[in-house]
Write a protein that binds this ligand. Structure first.
Ligand SMILES: Cc1cc2nc3c(=O)[nH]c(=O)nc-3n(C[C@H](O)[C@H](O)[C@H](O)COP(=O)(O)OP(=O)(O)OC[C@H]3O[C@@H](n4cnc5c(N)ncnc54)[C@H](O)[C@@H]3O)c2cc1C
Length: 246
C-alpha cells in the first residue's frame, strides 16, 4: 500500500433525523457513570461509523430563549439496528438537564435523539493508539477499544474523581489502561491529563491520538502531544464540555 493510501481519515456527512427511544434498562457502571439501554422502532437506518460520533439528546423542558430545544451531545455507545437496541452512558456530574434526566430516568420513559450528523472515520492501520480523556470520553474510548483491530497497542489515560468512579473497560490484548484520579482537585483537569501524557513515552511508528475532556484540558493535551512530536493531523482533541471561566 502506498504511503498516501495509509492512515486515511474520512469525513462522512448525513442528514440527521429524529428518533424516539424508550428506556428499557438502567445499569450503574460506577457511582458516577450510568448506562441507559433503550428500545426503539426507529433504528432501521441508524448509522454511526465513528466511535466518537455523537447524537443530540433532546431534553424535556422549555429550551433556550431563542426557541431552540434543550440539547446535549452523547456518544452512541452501542446499537443494534436489527434488534432495535441503543445504549448511552451518562456521566452524572453535579447539575445540568442531561444529568438530571439520567438520574431520574425510569423504565418506559421516552426521549428523542437526532444525528449523528457526521462521522470521522479513521483508518485502523496505525501502529498504536493513545486514547485519553475524562469521564465524558469513556463511552467513546470504550467503543474505540472494542472496534480497533486485534492486538494493536492501545494506551488509555482515563481521568475520574476516585477509584470508585472507574469500571471495567473492554478487555483487549495490547491495551494498557492507566486510571488517574482528580481527588478533589477541581479545575485541574488540564494539569492532570497533561502530566500523564507528558510522562508517557510516545511509541515508535505512526500513532493516532484521541483526547476528549474539558475544553482547556483537551487543548492542552493537543499542545503537549504536538511538542512530543505527534503529527498534528493524527491528533483528535475535542472539548466535550466547558468549565465556567473562573
Ligand atoms: C461529541 C461529544 C460526545 C459526548 N459524549 C458524552 C457521553 O457519551 N457521555 C457523557 O456523559 N457526556 C458526553 N459528552 C459531554 C456532555 O455533552 C456534557 O458533559 C454536557 O454538558 C452534559 O450536560 P448536562 O445537561 O448534564 O450539564 P450542563 O447543563 O451542560 O452543565 C451544567 C454545569 O455542569 C458543568 N458540566 C457540564 N459537563 C460537565 C462534566 N462532564 N463534568 C463536570 N462539570 C460539567 C457545566 O460547566 C455547567 O456548569 C459529550 C460531549 C461531546 C461534545
Amino acid at each position: 500500500m502506498s504511503e498516501s493510501e495509509r492512515h486515511r481519515i474520512e469525513r462522512v456527512r448525513r442528514e440527521p433525523r429524529r428518533r424516539e427511544l424508550v428506556v428499557e434498562g438502567i445499569l450503574d457502571l460506577s457511582r458516577s457513570m450510568r448506562r441507559i439501554v433503550f428500545r426503539s422502532d426507529d433504528l432501521h437506518d441508524f448509522e454511526s461509523l465513528g466511535p466518537d460520533d455523537h447524537i443530540k439528546l433532546f431534553l424535556p423542558g422549555e429550551g433556550s430563549a431563542d426557541g431552540k430545544p434543550l440539547m446535549r451531545d452523547f456518544t452512541p455507545r452501542r446499537f443494534d439496528t436489527a434488534a432495535g437496541v441503543f445504549e448511552l452512558e451518562f456521566f452524572l456530574h453535579d447539575a445540568g438537564p442531561a444529568t438530571e434526566w439520567a438520574r431520574q430516568a425510569g423504565v418506559g420513559d421516552r426521549i428523542s435523539i437526532g444525528g449523528p450528523r457526521g462521522s470521522m472515520v479513521v483508518a485502523d492501520d496505525f501502529d498504536w493508539y493513545l486514547l485519553a480523556g475524562d469521564e465524558t470520553a469513556l463511552p467513546a474510548i470504550a467503543r474505540r477499544m472494542e472496534e480497533l483491530r486485534d492486538r494493536v497497542p492501545v494506551h488509555c489515560i482515563l481521568l475520574v474523581e476516585a477509584p470508585e468512579d472507574s469500571f471495567d473497560m473492554p478487555q483487549r490484548d495490547g491495551a494498557h489502561v492507566q486510571w488517574i484520579y482528580r481527588a478533589g482537585r477541581v479545575g485541574e483537569d488540564a494539569d492532570l491529563i497533561g502530566t500523564a501524557i507528558s510522562t508517557w513515552e510516545l511509541p515508535e511508528g505512526d500513532g493516532f491520538a484521541f483526547v476528549a475532556a474539558e475544553a482547556r484540558a483537551s487543548q492542552g493535551a493537543r499542545e503537549i502531544l504536538a511538542a512530543k512530536g505527534q503529527k498534528e493531523q493524527w491528533i483528535k482533541a475535542a472539548g466535550y464540555w466547558s468549565a465556567l471561566a473562573t
